[in-house]
Design a protein around this ligand. Sequence first.
Ligand code: NDP
Ligand code: 2IT
Length: 448
Amino acid sequence: MSYVDEVYDLVVQKNPSQPEFHQAVKEVLESLRVVIEANEEKYRKDALLERLVTPERQILFRVPWVDDKGQVQVNNGFRVQFNSAIGPYKGGLRLHPSVNLGIIKFLGFEQIFKNSLTGLPIGGGKGGSDFDPKGKSDREVMAFCQSFITELHKYIGADTDVPAGDIGTGAREIGFMYGQYKRLTGLYEGVLTGKGLSYGGSLARTEATGYGLLYLTEEMLRCNGRDIKNKIIAVSGAGNVAIYAIQKAQQLGAKPVTCSDSTGWIYDPAGIDVALLKEVKEVKRARLSEYAAARSSAQYHEKTNGEHGVWSVKCDIALPCATQNELDLEDAKALVANGCFAVAEGANMPTTMDATEYFQKNNVLFCPGKASNAGGVATSALEMSQNSERLSWTFKEVDSKLKDIMVNIFHSIDEASRQYGMLRNYVAGANIAGFLKVAEAMNAQGIV
Ligand code: NDP
Ligand code: 2IT
């Protein structure tokens, strides 16, 4: 059996009931097959792949907090410090009832390669909890965040592990966590990113993932003889990534016509009204039905299982920006039949493996999240730099660095796909380019 297959089997055996983690590992290992098989003996002797798929450290903890009725609640807390070969662990904290160890491990594993692609010195990590911030009062969210950090603060720090936002963790949650970290340690340091601008946050971090997604998409299209102007875009999600993806798409002259949340989706043929969307989701934290109620051009559809949702709309480009495995083979078929020619992932692993293969077979330009959504973590790394030098850069400065990083990422994945004879396979290009740097660093640092 080949080394790649052996290691994949081992991952399935040693990590039962973690299908998302298996899926993320499978996708990466399949891409690496050509690289590993060219030098199989050395990789096997060094157990490089076994070390790559095994987190350096996993921290699992209890998070007790008191709700507004005086009832004690208990959640599970997680931080997976996956790989520190190229820098301190870096990655977000997800707060969502679906969070379990397998989800955090898939996200942490993806983060290793994503962070490597940014060209910045950051290792891979991820964390979170099965706490659901939806419907909780600000005081309850604060109580949870303080309890979460009371335990986690022992394991993080500006030079060791720097968490940030993800699903359910935005500026409010980062603020509560930062305050508690500072209180416990007495340190005013860049231990979290995505901070508010008044206490060490970076301009453009809020916008970074969505903007970065569009910078990369624009470059991918340009290099394939296409133009983003006037293109119809289907976007899923209505959170941090989706909102700023929609905003930048409009600035680049395209027309996003959809968005979605966990309860339903919007088709707005006149183009999404970003100010209204922000009001509904960022300010009121309400459902998308309120968007439709305030805008006559918009149609609201309740979420129903088995229907294609936003992927049923005729579009040129699809940007999945909500969650993992939200775009399956049937959705991919509907998109291709409707003329969609490019897909770039804003979320982490939103496209199932068979849907990805279907896009590739049908010559749809497909960019995986670890490349196309890397703008968020890249700008987090820029926030770390600003915190270290105790300075803050202008919006223009950060945004222009972000754009350069995204354009460079596209070229490095394109180059890797060519070098290994898989032209336009950006999945393979991203996995290989991300892996080579991490493998070299691991190799140089010996057996650790
Ligand atoms: P938010 O919490 O801001 O928004 C998430 C959006 O997706 C919400 O509209 C939410 O609906 C919807 N959603 C979440 N889970 C589900 C689900 N199970 N079914 C249907 N809809 C769902 O998160 P982000 O925008 O930050 O994150 C979105 C994706 O992007 C995630 O995959 C995340 O890992 C990834 N990502 C985020 C980065 C960042 O900087 N924030 C960076 C790189 C990737 P509702 O409004 O009802 O909650
Ligand atoms: O998935 C991701 O890259 C993020 N949620 C952002 C992580 C970060 O450290 O900014």
